[in-house]
Design a protein around this ligand. Sequence first.
Ligand SMILES: [Zn+2]
Length: 82
Amino acid sequence: MSDYTQRRYLRVAEAAELVNARPETVRIALRSGAMHGTQRSKSGIRRVQPACAMAWAESVECQHMSELVSLESYRKSKRPKR
Ligand SMILES: [Zn+2]
């Protein structure tokens, strides 16, 4: 199991094993955006970084999600008011 955390990307089944979840649960989490993952194409295989899967399992945002949120609030603060 510890090998998974050394990998850059995991497939859905591997991410599920890492966090002791069912692959379908992981798939739903990815689809809803609760878990951060990447997809090469619309029909392509989703890949998950170990840290993102573990963040989801702990009900916290992964590093990438928090970065996106802070970028969004930065943009909002810069937006001119009319
Ligand atoms: Zn992430």
